[in-house]
Design a protein around this ligand. Sequence first.
Ligand code: UD1
Ligand code: CA
Length: 455
Amino acid sequence: MSKLNIVILAAGKGTRMQSDLPKVLHEIGSKPILEHVIDCAKSLNPHKIIVVYGYGGEKVKEAFVNEPIVWVNQAEQLGTGHAVQQAIPHLDDDANTLILLGDVPLVDKLACKELITFATKQLVIQSFNKLDPTGYGRIIRAPSGEVIAIIEHKDATESQRKIVEVNTGIMAMPNEYLKKWITQITNNNAQGEYYLTDVVALAVAQGIPVIAKITSDEWSVTGINSKNDLVQMERVLQNKIANQLLQQGVTLKDANRIDVRGELKCGRDVEIDVNCVFEGNVTIGDAVKIASHCVIKNATIAAGSKIAPFTHIDDTLIGENNRIGPFARLRPGTVLQSDAHVGNFVELKNAQVDVGSKINHLSYVGDATIGKQVNIGAGTITCNYDGANKFRTVIEDGAFIGSDTQLVAPVTVGKNATIAAGSTITRDAPAGALTLCRAREQKSITGWKRPEKIK
Ligand code: UD1
Ligand code: CA
């Protein structure tokens, strides 16, 4: 393979987004549009990636500080040819260049590979047969079928406007030619712009072959110009991801009602019900069932675990065969070993829960180490925060915490200890014993009258 340079054009303002954010920083699948393009570019192993930026430039650069990118400023947007001209000093003499557009997020890696392979001695453009070609550059072919020019819509004659084969803007060619052609492009046209597309006529005039590779995948060449385009593209991306999951054998109750905003890896026989959102890196093991309306972010859920509806999981490790939810909230730092139950309205934060323990109802367990086979009664709270610092609660194997207990950390409940319901535990509770701490023991007052409403 010969050396590859990739130039991504991203200087357009994106007025129709009606936003202060530069167009290419708007997101699909929770990832900036431009990042999708950069990821595709990186996957092609280029020698260099050059991004031509303009409007909102600093913000765009800041969003990609860790990427190996050569940034080139196009202060005035004088056309695609002018944009590429800004990148010329960075192009390697002995390389080929692939031009990509920064606002086309679903650009297809395989199609790019094809263009690159053909671009060693000629100009290759990617075209598309568009139902309504209005606004696009038309591919002009000689009667023999050879590509002889691209004519922009505004410069086209009535009969040329009837051509439905359009330029996608994606093309590849040897730098040896590009560097020469770019100096020969003028702005003598309807828009007074320097058209990159003029390279086609220049190539033909100089006897360099030009070929157009027609793609049938419209979304892979569709740019985003408005919020309508953005929301449509989001669905296209989500459908693509849903189809990949289905092909891998994941059962989706409705392929149109899943959102994956990151990487979702699934084992065999995973079932996902409607309206679940997956963010960041999520790994799901074999036979895991995820019920409807769950939000799961940066988590691992091991084989056989079942997540009931409306559960939120963030930065959590869930072992095998756990039962979580409905309405549970697992916050960062939480680790569940296997066979635990976490029920409704239970919040866990930085809590490590060992095998077979149960926290079934209405509890807050934060900064806590819970042993094996522990039972935590309804309404139990670990008081982990004194207003300034946080402390840990340790509950050892086999302990039973009665309902409505407050465990004021730092505190340890020993192995097989029992805490009576309604206790406020401020000191360590010894192993094996019953510990209780109530304001006063129960008594009954006979003849007591309920208060009456004041007239
Ligand atoms: C361009 C093509 C047209 C093609 C269409 C596909 C030219 C002259 N025309 O149209 O044949 O059908 O794309 O969408 O190339 N950009 C810059 N600097 C500029 C101008 C544009 O960086 O000065 C970038 C934009 O950010 C965008 C891309 O180039 O990513 C295409 O620009 P856009 O204005 O959308 O396309 P057209 O020039 O109308
Ligand atoms: Ca334009």
